[in-house]
Design a protein around this ligand. Sequence first.
Ligand code: UDP
Length: 411
Amino acid sequence: MIPTLDAYIPVVGNSVIDQLHRLGERLKGIRVVHVNSTREGGGVAEILNWMVPLMTELGLDARWEVIEGNNAFFGITKGIHNGLQGFPVVLKRQDWETYEEVNRQNLARLQPVLEDADIVVIHDPQPAALLGMMPNRRGRWIWRAHIDVSKPFRPIWQSLRSYLPGYDASIFSLTQFAQPLPHPQFIIPPSIDPLSEKNRELLQADLDTVAREYDIDRSRPVIVQVSRFDRFKDPLGVIRAYRLVRQVLPIQLVLAGGTATDDPEGQEILDEVLEAAEGDRDIHVLLLPPDAHHTVNALQRIADIILQKSTKEGFGLTVTEGLWKGKPVIGGDVGGIRLQVISHYTGYLVNSPEGAAHRIRFLLHHRDKYEEMGRTAREFVRENFLLNRHLREYLTLFLYLDRGKGNHLVL
Ligand code: UDP
């Protein structure tokens, strides 16, 4: 259940919610369709879960469609994803044909909805080819990239880019991700829902229950990284950092992850992690179902240290979640993590397992500094990365794109 907007007033204040209602007034009845490739698992699904109901509450006619595909398709789109994040991936002409074919099959099902829409938001590369196949395109189309495209592997970017010129706008999370494209680009970082099962306050008893369930000893420091099992999340680097600290402190490590239906590489990475962790009872590798929001919330609260040691990161909602829980986060010095982790204030940016180990030890030994950074971290999220700011920026963009139809930007 998504809370109604009024429930957020105690967290973000009255005027902020008022402003959203005023924006909603100007967009009443506008038909918005979000399209992505999975209903659960990963950050995009996490965001659409609250965004669509809240847009509906504001008076928009919002809906969320998910494209379907087989393993071959998701293998190819994971290749595109890896290529866009800089990994040298080779995709053959036939792969791009399969990519288009699956988009065409989805269009057969989605065409009436997409034709009717005033605004279509296409999330990430998987459904990006839909637009080029629309015979009667009517509304405004936005391509929303959630991944770290700061240094894409050029051949993959060039191929994907050929599907993008027809879009009216694209959205990236960071200025560093912007690309030469023939339409306006907007920077809108993601956000979290502070009242969701993933982020709401929990009782100590809830934390004890989850700790017992996973055999975590609360009398010793716990390091936690929550992430899909993905090479760019660097779980092996996390294990290396843990081992370095473990030489001097009796810490435990929790690597909690799940799988997403549009991510076929997860098992391979999980196997590597299990092999690296073998024989160490203080490394807890947890394979969680995609709806384990309460468990993730509890693990992030049990954590003494939250890590997100990614080597590429579009944004990193797990970082936001950790900061919101009043913890400094130690994160890889990349992509969207740089927007959130301000070294020495909200956490530490690191470039190696050794760097991570050094910061873990520092924070475990300096409790006052830890508490102070944790308070700063939470306020930083309140000001910048809660859903109200994110909604406002989307609605403002919709107004801008729809302005040719009689709407005027009066806030
Ligand atoms: N997540 C989860 N269970 C898991 C792994 C991740 O619920 O086992 C959630 C996590 O809490 C966060 C989202 O999935 O809300 C991941 O978003 P992020 O931006 O960190 O990474 P992405 O998976 O989109 O690359």
